[in-house]
Design a protein around this ligand. Structure first.
Ligand code: GLC
Length: 624
């Protein structure tokens, strides 16, 4: 540490209201890092030093207020810092209202979550937000008040404690790129309150918006073109997503401080993972796409440092649905320990459509590895659309043209292609650029809605991959009972313009269906439950290490999750026909293996046939 940093750090520490040695040790550890980040981000501003000091004192107050049970939990996690890499991890995600009516309803579902094996529960945005369209709650009007239709902050805190007791970590969104236009800060910014002047990016005319828009992408073109919307008084405000979601101006350190306060508040309610929403967009610079800029990473690192001081067990999960090179840049212990894996998700669907596993196989070989102490969150689908975020350069190596392949996949999943089994709906189709993404539930996209014979198998196959490649598998609750698309959104004016509502159905009471093996719901539930049970009992599925296995068959995706003298060999046939792996390809393995899902011995002596849409989890040993 240079002398001036040491002096600054000492000055800040001297003013802290906390004498707790644990906290002070963490400040010693983190403050030099935060100091450096502030210098890079805000060094050219007069208020930089003062803001840094007040952020640290905010962290100190937050630590003082942190409930003893959460401090105890911090210690537990400290003793086992890679807890989230366990083979016992399983995530679930749902909307509070659609799944259970409210927070109390969620609490009542805890026994079901335990039956399913959940250890992580992501509740979709539950904060106060505008009436009507609020982008499913992603337009937040207050980070400190729960939407009264769902419950109260006190109930959320109690729920977090009950979940913790049940071995389930509560995950909520940290929607920090933007607020709703009804947030107090937004209202004050518009009415000219000097404290909030600089909280958003508001311009008097089109000069700056035009300049920025020369290089930015349109994210929600159905809502508005470009990145800005006009205010009633004629000025323009930056709104990447919906017109009522205004991007915060992180070039102003007061915004960092304010949002750090909201983050620490949530941490002290008992939230264990914050899903960092829309991370790619948080920093803007003229002449760039304003996505994934270096400062976006510095900001996340700065939030991370604050968190380490005042809520050390909390983790960040990155939501970066961008080029795979950029996705991985957000993942490190100093930034986000967890990240969605949008590439594996998209390529699972790509493989099912093309009946060809090569792109997915290539991604597993090339883009799966992660730094120690971090993990993927592997999902089959989320509440959002499916975007084809593979790298064109990867596709080109396989002779695939990225742009036309994306068009094919979009056409395939909305059923415009012969041989399609899918019943998807386009999302944000942009006639100008030809871009689109896909909405639909897993069951509907996989073919159950169209009555395709392979539909159920594909649902199981997609989940079997998410459950076996490592990290935290994440289940969209309702998919385990094969819920179909819900077209009711078309008759609700607040939802009709956003086709993602098609795949956010209300929960039907699965208790009836899921026990009935004569229904798709019952069969899918039984098969997924079996996979989940097996995963939990298979230590090879912990962590992220994966060795690609070349089955020499395009239809088969294969990899080894290594274990003591072999491991678990996963083989997935994404096509509609049986495919065989020959004996020579398997000759490095002892011929006697165990199929973990079926619980039977399988011989590799004469090669192996994998049925259409089947996934095998074979415990294998290397031939000696
Ligand atoms: C994220 C959310 C998405 C939302 C957007 C804007 O991408 O997943 O649902 O529309 O952020 O907050």
């Amino acid at each position: 540490m240079s002398d001036d940093v040491t002096a600054d750090v000492a000055r800040i520490v001297a003013t802290l209201p906390v004498a707790d040695p644990d906290f002070l040790a963490r400040v010693d550890e983190e403050l030099p890092r935060l100091h450096g980040l502030f210098r890079t981000l805000y060094g050219d501003r007069d208020d930089s030093a003062e803001r840094l000091a007040s952020v640290v004192s905010l962290a100190a107050r937050s630590w003082q207020e942190r409930p003893p049970e959460l401090k105890a939990h911090d210690h537990t996690r400290e003793a086992e810092p890679t807890w989230f890499e366990s083979e016992r991890m399983l995530g679930g995600v749902c909307y509070v209202d659609r799944y259970a009516g409210g927070l109390r309803g969620i609490r009542d579902r805890i026994p079901y979550f335990q039956e399913l094996g959940l250890t992580y529960l992501h509740l979709m945005p539950l904060f106060e937000s505008p009436e009507g369209n609020s982008d499913g709650g992603y337009a937040v009007s207050s980070y400190r008040r729960v939407d009264p239709k769902l419950g109260t902050m006190a109930e959320l805190k109690d729920l977090a404690a009950d979940l913790r007791e049940a071995g389930i970590s509560l995950v909520v969104d940290f929607i920090f790129n933007h607020t709703s236009d009804e947030h107090e800060w937004a209202r004050k910014a518009v009415t000219g309150d000097p404290r909030f002047d600089d909280f958003y990016l508001i311009y008097p005319d089109r000069t700056m918006p035009d300049a920025y828009e020369r290089t930015t992408r349109e994210i929600f073109p159905d809502d508005h073109p470009g990145s800005f919307v006009q205010l009633a008084d004629g000025r323009w405000v930056w709104a990447t997503f919906y017109h009522f979601q205004w991007d915060l101006n992180y070039a102003n350190p007061a915004v960092f401080e304010a949002m750090a306060g909201e983050m620490l508040f949530l941490a002290n309610q008992g939230v264990e993972v914050l899903r960092m929403d829309a991370v790619a967009f948080i920093w803007k610079r003229l002449g760039t796409p304003c996505e994934s800029l270096p400062e976006a990473h510095l900001l996340l690192q700065a939030f991370n440092a604050v968190l380490r001081m005042a809520a050390p067990s909390l983790l960040f999960k990155s939501e970066a649905i961008v080029h795979p090179d950029e996705v991985s840049e957000y993942i490190s212990p100093g930034e986000c320990r967890l990240s969605y894996n949008p590439l594996q998700m998209a390529l699972t669907w790509e493989a099912l459509a093309t009946r060809d596993g090569r792109m997915l196989q290539q991604a597993l070989a090339r883009r799966h590895a992660l730094p120690a102490g971090t993990a993927w969150v592997n999902y089959v689908r989320s509440h959002d659309d499916i975007g084809w975020t593979f790298a064109d350069e990867d596709a080109a190596e396989l002779g695939i043209h990225g742009h036309s392949h994306r068009r094919f996949l979009n056409d395939f999943y909305v059923g415009r292609v012969d041989g399609s089994f899918a019943k998807g709906v386009p999302f944000q189709e942009n006639p100008r650029t030809g871009d689109a993404r896909i909405a639909g539930t897993t069951a509907s996209l996989a073919g159950i809605e169209t009555g395709d014979a392979g539909g159920e198998d594909r649902v199981v196959l997609a989940h079997a991959l998410a459950l076996s490649t490592g990290g935290i598998p994440l289940l969209y609750l309702g998919d385990e009972v094969a819920q179909l698309n819900d077209y009711a959104y078309l008759s609700d004016p607040a939802e009709a313009g956003d086709s993602r509502w098609v795949h956010r159905p209300r929960r039907v009471d699965g208790d009836v269906d899921r026990a009935d093996a004569s229904t798709p719901a019952g069969r899918v539930f039984a098969r997924l439950s079996r996979l989940i049970d097996v995963r939990r009992a298979t230590p090879e599925f912990a962590g992220n290490e994966l060795i690609p296995f070349d089955a020499h068959v395009d239809a088969i995706v294969a990899f080894l999750r290594p274990g003591a003298d072999g491991g678990v060999l996963v083989l997935a046939n994404v096509s509609d026909h049986a495919a065989s792996v020959d004996a020579v390809t398997l000759s490095g393995l002892a011929s006697d293996t165990e199929d973990l899902v079926e619980g039977r011995r399988v011989s590799l002596h004469d090669g192996l046939e994998v049925a259409a849409h089947a996934v095998l989890w074979l415990r294998v040993t290397h031939r000696t």
